[in-house]
Design a protein around this ligand. Structure first.
Ligand SMILES: [Zn+2]
Length: 110
């Protein structure tokens, strides 16, 4: 069995009940890998401790670091905020879909 690790995301609640999620304190506007403009999308926040394979984590880091179009992880303590606005790279999203297809991963939430 491959080792697993969790992913933590910083969530900042807004008055609208939708949080903004980012891997860093400051949101970025351009993908550092593909050098294209990120677009803002609203995604569900999943609470709990996700199990993510090391193979997927390594692929995400090197091939699609800004593919967050499916969901973000809000930590182990469920909050009232159910959705978050995230910045997504269209090229990363394409790379992620291709990687999932090539590796025959059925659970698209990862
Ligand atoms: Zn990208």
């Amino acid at each position: 069995m491959a080792p697993f690790r969790s992913v933590s995301i910083l969530l900042v609640s807004l008055a609208s009940g939708v949080g903004f999620a980012s891997d860093s304190a400051m949101p970025v506007s351009q993908c550092g890998l593909h050098h294209v403009q990120l677009v803002q999308v609203e995604v569900p926040i999943l609470y709990g401790k996700p199990l993510i394979s090391e193979v997927y984590s390594q692929a995400k880091e090197s091939q699609f670091p800004n593919a967050r179009e499916r969901c973000v992880f809000g930590g182990c303590d469920p909050q009232a905020t159910k959705k978050a606005k995230v910045m997504v790279c269209p090229k990363c999203s394409e790379s992620r879909k291709r990687w999932l297809s090539e590796h025959q991963v059925k659970d698209a939430r990862i």
